[in-house]
Design a binder for this molecule. Structure first.
Ligand code: G3P
Length: 215
């Protein structure tokens, strides 16, 4: 089980990276837009902060244009993975890019069938959006579980990134189910780290130590 950070914020990436718990970063156009920075400079900086895969999304809609954009994005860093929405044009592009050894993360996955098709087309990763499925009244984690089962059954190498993670239980469930990766927002990572009993425990230990340290 690996954890990626779902953000384009360099401070968050730096901080989480120092914790030693993240091995990649995922971004999307909304996360990039939130930073209000020059896109190329931002991606360059992020690729330098983390050794692992950095997903950057292509915004072109037609296969030939997606391929052209993906080549440009991939040239921005050895660790860049091109995020491509699961459309027919997107899958055509994934097939070509796989042959060029350009890594892809097929995104906006909302069903196990979409994930199956993405794997067959040659996706390196798929990103089922758990939180958005939950928002729509479905069980997002069931979709992740189905994908994990199907890929294992047929020995498919595409890795499953549980995405659109909204709270610590999502991470726990993704780990239980056997998702290869969960990509989590910085806030959720912090929530997963903290526990009130840890804080109380530290306070008590320090208070007791104060009583005896000078004896
Ligand atoms: O990894 C995908 C993620 O960025 C989408 O999350 O919370 O916008 O559904 P959210």
């Amino acid at each position: 089980m690996r954890i990626f950070l779902d953000t384009a914020n360099v401070e968050e990436i730096r901080e989480a990276s120092e914790l030693g718990v993240i091995s990649g970063v995922t971004t999307n156009p909304s996360l990039i837009a939130k930073e209000g920075r020059n896109f190329q400079q931002l991606v360059k900086e992020i690729t330098g902060l983390v050794d692992g895969p950095i997903s950057v999304e292509a915004v072109a809609q037609e296969a030939g244009q997606i391929i052209a954009e993906a080549r440009i994005l991939a040239a921005m860093g050895d660790n860049v993975v091109v995020k491509i929405p699961v459309t027919s044009q997107g899958l055509k592009a994934v097939k070509v890019l796989a042959r060029e050894n350009i890594k892809t993360n097929v995104t906006l996955i909302f069903s196990a069938n979409q994930a199956l098709l993405a794997a067959l087309a040659g996706a390196t990763y798929v990103s089922p959006f758990v939180g958005r499925l939950d928002d729509a009244g479905h069980n997002g984690m069931e979709v992740v579980a189905d994908i994990v089962t199907i890929y294992a059954q047929y020995g498919m190498e595409t890795e499953v990134i549980a995405a659109s993670i909204r709270h610590p239980l999502h991470l726990l469930e993704a780990a239980r189910i056997g998702a290869d990766i969960a990509t989590v927002p910085y806030g959720v990572l912090q929530q997963c780290l903290r526990h009130p009993l840890t804080d109380v425990g530290i306070e008590r230990f320090l208070a007791d130590w104060e009583k005896v340290k000078d004896r």
